[in-house]
Write a protein that binds this ligand. Structure first.
Ligand code: ADP
Ligand code: MG
Length: 464
């Protein structure tokens, strides 16, 4: 078994071949975001940041990747793409810094790759200070001070995952073996081990870890066997005084269908919630992300945005990546007019989410341009994402069917209704697909019950 360096070396070589074969945009968006996790001489395992991303990579780039890997390894190898960030027990992927060297070559004008999720890149303010301090303490002093486990909770896009990853980075830098799991991946891993009669090695992985990070533990609700196993490995590490951090969208006592043992274990260390961002913090985060992306906006625009961007940090990032995308197209220099157009949906938005934002996000997730998504193209590659966009617009905005049809390239309301139904149908019958839709909603920074049709009536009055 070889570790991660072989994987990285192989992947770096493969990347330079892939770079020749895909567009620069695809390369930046899809290939550079993959990390090399392991290579055992037969199989190269790559990591994608989230499920939709993995699916898209598999769907569109797997043959190119396989060929490049074969050429670099001088033999045919299997390529597996999984979700996760430094999940490995053996050495562990270096997350963003595992990005192949190709990422930093090229002209300066290129948009910079996204920054690492570390303590340094985390902006601290009123709402997230306790969580930040708890995370730092856990990372620096280990499990010593009663802050173990650290349980982070709060709404979508407020920095929980960022802090978990920062803890992971710091501990790894100190030579620790860190296990990071998303709740769903933990379940999947456990079920696979169970079915394959490999529980022994499943446990061994945890026994040999120095720290455990579990993200999105709300996904474990109702899964009894998974919880029993988590309880087991939790105790294993906790009793050995090893740091544990968890993140959830709710406080432990609000997690229904969670075994009481786990609940009290989770609540037994430091509980830190991440509150909504205040205006000052929004402004600082916005400024930071813009300067990272090399984008300059006038102060008065910044001020307006800071007032209006009430959602999550993800929303701020959504705006910045729109601007970034615009500024990377030479045909579209970032003059004031362009900036105004880009920020209008964010400025105009009150409560319900904007149709254009939904459409752009769905297009982005599927690797399509907005124009493609709105085109007459009826191939499945484009038509299905368009159906998904219709469904998302219906679900997350207050727009009527004709309005959605209009926004989606001038389609009539019956075809929108059909699209919405077909996605809804698949959503009820296909759990994996349903999960991907949820992830997309998360990317849109929505939290259940706050946005969309139901929120219309309850929308806050203008002005904050
Ligand atoms: P959560 O896990 O709470 O849903 P994430 O940690 O994924 O949220 O945060 C969403 C995005 O916002 C990430 O890209 C993250 O790096 C960024 N982010 C969140 N909070 C901050 C912050 N305080 N400073 C800088 N970036 C942040
Ligand atoms: Mg998260």
């Amino acid at each position: 078994m070889t570790g991660n360096t072989d994987a990285e070396r192989l992947w770096t070589q493969a990347c330079s071949l892939i770079e020749e074969q895909v567009s620069e945009k695809d390369f930046q968006t899809w290939i550079l975001e993959l990390g090399a996790r392991s290579f055992d001489g037969e199989t190269l395992t790559l990591e994608a940041p989230f499920g939709l991303f993995r699916d898209r990579v598999k769907q569109s780039f797997l043959p190119v990747i396989e060929n490049a890997v074969a050429a670099s390894a001088r033999k045919r190898c299997a390529v597996v793409v999984i979700v996760g960030q430094f999940v490995t027990a053996s050495g562990a992927n270096r997350l963003r810094s595992s990005r192949p060297a190709t990422a930093i070559k090229g002209p300066v004008a290129k948009p910079k790759p996204l920054r690492e999720k570390t303590f340094d890149t985390f902006v601290v303010g009123e709402g997230n200070r306790l969580a930040y301090l708890g995370a730092r303490q856990l990372a620096e002093q280990g499990a010593g001070e009663g802050g173990n486990p650290l349980f982070l909770y709060g709404g979508v896009g407020l920095g929980k995952t960022h802090l978990l990853l920062a803890v992971g980075q710091a501990l790894r830098a100190a030579g620790k073996r860190v296990l990071y799991y998303q709740g769903e991946d933990f379940t999947r891993r456990m079920v696979e081990a169970l079915q394959g009669g490999r529980m022994e090695s499943f446990h061994r992985e945890f026994r040999s870890a120095d720290a455990l990070l579990i993200d999105d533990v709300q996904f474990l609700a109702g899964k009894r066997r998974t919880q029993q196993e988590l309880y087991h490995v939790f105790n294993l590490l906790h009793d050995a005084g090893k740091p544990i951090a968890l993140a959830s969208d709710r406080a432990p006592e609000e997690l229904e269908n969670l075994e009481r043992g786990l609940q009290s274990r989770f609540a037994g260390g430091l509980l830190a919630d991440l509150g909504p961002l205040d205006r000052e913090l929004r402004l600082r985060i916005l400024k930071g992300k813009l300067s990272e992306a090399g984008i300059h906006l006038d102060d008065h625009i910044l001020e307006r945005l800071a007032v209006q961007l009430q959602g999550s940090v993800r929303e701020i990032e959504g705006l910045v990546s729109r601007l970034r995308a615009a500024s990377s197209h030479q045909s579209m220099p970032l003059d004031d007019g362009v900036v105004e157009t880009m920020i209008t949906p964010y400025l105009a938005r009150r409560g319900p989410i904007d149709l254009d934002v939904v459409i752009d996000t769905v297009a982005w997730v599927h690797g399509l341009t907005r124009d493609e998504l709105l085109s007459r193209d009826r191939s499945r590659r484009v038509a299905w994402p368009r159906h998904i966009a219709a469904y998302m617009c219906r679900k997350l905005t207050a727009a009527s069917l004709p309005e959605i049809g209009h926004a989606l390239g001038g389609r009539n309301h019956t075809s929108i209704l059909r699209a919405v139904r077909s996605v809804a149908e698949r959503q009820t019958s296909d759990a994996a697909f349903s999960g991907r839709l949820q992830q997309m909603e998360k990317m849109l920074g929505t939290s259940p019950g706050l946005r969309g049709r139901a929120a219309m009536a309850a929308a806050p009055p203008p002005g904050q």
